[in-house]
Design a protein around this ligand. Sequence first.
Ligand code: TYD
Length: 139
Amino acid sequence: MKNVKTINFRNIGDESGYLTPIEAERDIPFGIKRVYYITGVRSGERRGFHSHRDLHQLLICVSGSVKILVKTPFEEKIIILDKPYEGLYIGPMIWREMFDFSEGSALVVLASEHYSEDDYIRDYPQYEKEAREYWSKRS
Ligand code: TYD
């Protein structure tokens, strides 16, 4: 799927535990301007329901598991994140929903830009309209 890919990071580990390094522009295809994390999500809650116009993001479930639905007007798939050394890159113009957060899970997100509500598309029909235009220039 275009603008979506899973990335496996190094998992440096021994009997003392594990360490996963992620370097901007080396391990992921963008520079990092913002980090946020989602914790304490109750079972049955679903989040996301939006696309970004220009933002690049990398999602890592550092503890527990979560499912991510990624969708365009043409295709969709569900990716399970359940390893702290596996990231999901989501580029521009991808609709996403996050669900089935396990108890105590922590989803860390690295983002290419500072927070801007103007970059969000939260209305699905509006997303479809903009996405068809965006993808028609790139197919
Ligand atoms: P939102 O991106 O809608 O969360 P989700 O996609 O996980 O459902 O953000 C939820 C709220 O947090 C919204 O009011 C905007 C705010 N927010 C920030 O202030 N800064 C941020 O970096 C992010 C991602 C959200």
